[in-house]
Design a protein around this ligand. Sequence first.
Ligand code: SPD
Length: 368
Amino acid sequence: MNARRLLLVLLPALLLGCQRQPGQTAASTSGPPPAAPAQPGGRVLRIFMWSDYIDPQVVKDFEKQNGVRVIIDTYESNEAMLAKLQGGGSSYDLANPSNYFIQAMLRARLLQPLQTGLIPNFKNVAAGFLNPGYDPGNRYTVPYQYAATGLAYNAARYTPPSQSWSLIFGPSDTVKFVLLDDPREVIGAALKYLGYSVNSASVPQLRAARDLLRKVVAKRGFLGFDGGPGTRNRLLAGDIDLGQIYVGDLLQGAAENKALKVFLPKEGTTISTDTLVLLAGAPNPALARRFIDTVLAPKVSAAISNYTSYGNPNAAARPYLDPLLRDNPAFNPPQADLKSGKVEFIEELPPGKPPRLYDRIWSELKSR
Ligand code: SPD
């Protein structure tokens, strides 16, 4: 099943709400998690994760309930995550790559099988997220959270005249903006604005995206590349009018400041699923599996998404999700837009010339 079909299968249930499955245990962030068959073998769990991507209370509860310490180091891009893991010597147990990085991590021998039979709460994963194309049989991954990418603004300072990528990709140079420090997101957005697939492997289409982006980064209003939390903070501080952002990172800030707004541009946009994976050199695989099991417990899973404002692929968590989030189209893109490919999953590129062209475009943009 490819990535778009995954969410298509899931969304009707997401939109309509979902029943708890028979016999399912509802763990809580304050009560003990259901026991996993494998016993933890160590006292410290090390996790390498996207920044601002977990409820700190969930981590504290896990430490207390298991008598262990959890160390979380964070990153702002898949590329940074892969480079650090490939550099070796980091001794993490778990990492948190996006769907389109899984095969590259496997080729680099960075992953070991999860053995989902040892993770009882794996049964809670929504059917639409099982057996994904990037990891047949969920041998190496469980889905963690997902989000589309949008354009954000601070309504107290700026009113966008349209909901279009043209606000930054068009000829006008009157707004101050940042782009995500993420090659597939930036090149994907340019491709979408031009009417192409975010996964385009067509050399002429990629050259058109490159030519457009050359003009965009030459604008006076372009204030650089940034991660999601950095972009949110710059919007809050009023340093920029617009920012390309993972929707969850913006909605997380909107919970505190109602002026923060985000929309999915009318030309379409990207979406991706972030996963949890067990690293090949994990010092504590049993403890790592227990952590994944805890994260997949219904109330814990919902607590994480209610805190982070990211999409939740756990069917059993749905009754506990904040309805305000669940009903927000930026958080939960309309099914028709997923079906039509307007909101399109980023997928791994076929090997060869296209990935090299993406790399070359990105190096050129970053060196300006
Ligand atoms: N702060 C959490 C960021 C999660 C971003 N998801 C990755 C999307 C990559 N296209």
